[in-house]
Design a protein around this ligand. Structure first.
Ligand SMILES: [Zn+2]
Length: 305
């Protein structure tokens, strides 16, 4: 009876996995989950891995893998246009900004760079930060542009990090999902009980949170006088794309494309370069600071706020 059920499960999952393979799901990972669940004799606990893209984006810049990797994430893409205004679409504006930032970072050196998308394609939100995690990124920066509808006078950039509440919830969800077979912030969770794993994931998320806040403040600091910021530029919110528990993540709302001046700034080569220079400086200072503090060790959670 039990064997028959197992066989049924294998056949059913194979069929599902094969079907999903077309859309980028990895059947080998699904089967690995099944095998490990078999070993545990706990069918009810089978958690299928999240869908991941077949091809991770190329890492650009030096081949020195000891240098930090920045993953830039231009928001939206494909059928998801994002905000609209002044004849512009957010997906195109933010891709232009992301490419300008990539070029600036590569020209300055000292970091490696990857883009979640470098053309006009759609990516689900969780795939975006999973790309950063898969590549072992040290920093994740999602770039967006805002819309204020008919309120054409609303302007200025804002910087978002994940709220503490959303961060705690994300850590719990992640721990539940990944169970005891993943690495978070260099901490090997394999073989630990679920309870211990949850604590480690929460610590890792706290640490990433503190680093995210630091980077957000650096963008503000470096951008003052160069970029027009919104009157309340720093925010924390429940944003799916910032949920990685082990990669400091910030979302930069570059401005309102419904505002004439912002739209001109974000869609001109001079404006794009100004934004890229500010963000690249913030990235450089962020990593210099971390190097000085030696904060790459996994013992940093105690410093989390
Ligand atoms: Zn957006």
């Amino acid at each position: 009876m039990r064997l028959a059920f197992l066989l049924y499960l294998v056949v059913a999952l194979s069929a599902v996995a094969t079907g999903l393979a077309v859309s980028g799901f990895r059947p080998d990972a699904a089967m690995a989950a099944l095998v490990s669940a078999k070993g545990d004799n706990r069918f009810e606990r089978i958690v299928l891995p999240k869908a991941l893209p077949y091809d991770l984006p190329a890492v650009e810049g030096t081949r020195d893998s000891s240098l930090p990797l920045v993953v830039i994430d231009p928001g939206h893409g494909g059928f998801d246009l994002g905000a609209k205004g002044q004849g512009l679409q957010e997906k195109n504006v933010v891709l232009g900004l992301a490419l300008a930032l990539r070029d600036r970072l590569l020209a300055d050196g000292g970091v490696r760079v990857a883009l979640t998308r470098s053309d006009d394609r759609f990516l689900p939100l969780d795939e975006r930060y999973e790309i950063a995690r898969k590549l072992g990124a040290s920093l994740f920066l999602s770039i967006h542009a805002d819309s204020a509808g008919d309120e054409g006078s609303v302007e200025g950039a804002s910087i978002y990090t994940l709220s503490n509440r959303a961060s705690d919830a994300a850590a719990r969800r992640f721990a539940a999902r990944e169970n005891a077979s993943d690495h978070v912030n260099g901490l090997d969770l394999d073989g630990k009980s679920n309870a211990v794993s949850s604590i480690l994931v929460a610590l890792s998320q706290r640490r990433a949170q503190a680093q995210s806040n630091k980077f957000a403040k650096l963008i503000l600091q470096e951008g003052k006088g160069v970029i027009d910021f919104h009157s309340q530029p720093l925010h924390s919110a429940t944003l799916e794309v910032l949920r990685a528990p082990d990669v400091p993540s910030v979302l930069f709302e570059s401005g309102f494309i419904t505002n004439e001046a912002d739209a001109e700034r974000l869609n001109s080569p001079a404006g794009r370069n100004a934004v890229a220079r500010v963000l690249a400086r913030a990235v450089r200072i962020y990593f210099m600071d971390r190097k000085d503090a030696g904060s790459d060790s996994a013992a940093a959670p105690a410093n989390a706020q």
